[in-house]
Design a protein around this ligand. Sequence first.
Ligand code: CA2
Length: 198
Amino acid sequence: MAGGRGHLIDPLAPFNGRDSSRRVGRIAPVGAEPVRSGTNRARPGGLGRGTIGGVAVIALLHGPNLNLLGQREPHIYGSATLSDYEAAVTAAAAAHGHSVTAFQTNHEGELVDAIHRARTDAAAIIINPGAFTHYAWSLHDALAAFAGPVIEVHISNPNAREPWRHTSVVSPVATGSIMGLGLHGYELAVEAIARKLA
Ligand code: CA2
């Protein structure tokens, strides 16, 4: 995967006889070919495209500067690191039998590419586009072409901050948006997706 950081976390790993550790998942390269079948947003309530052996893959996508979480501005974004976020989402997804591919990039085109990959490799998307949220129409268009549920998440509440943060070009193509709840917002996003895919 060019540029950003990405990996696939398999929640079945503790149960498949190859990994008896307490980890919720093992890490494998993104790009492992999933079993593809059916559709998802077009067929509410069904697991389809983006499932591997009946396990739905949730693409967790982060935009620019979110790799710095926990290192600066803790008064706004708290002390949890991006790895903490990825681990929390993975644990929440595993509780529903779902897996997570996590990817972060500082480059708009790479985020577009990750959304395109999700069209075949994921059943749902959780995305915090960072500052791209407020102007990156390329993300709007890419997400509009994704068939499954899309949950937009923000750690802070952009509507309570500077006026330029009050516009989201992602919200119109998101299934739902959660903001201002920090890590809990991501867990709620997983709950929403699990219910949509059930
Ligand atoms: O609240 C959010 O999650 C945001 O998406 C975060 C973006 C911001 O541009 C959006 O308006 C709201 C900024 C992410 C920057 O993250 C940093 C984390 C630690 C240190 C510096 C930047």
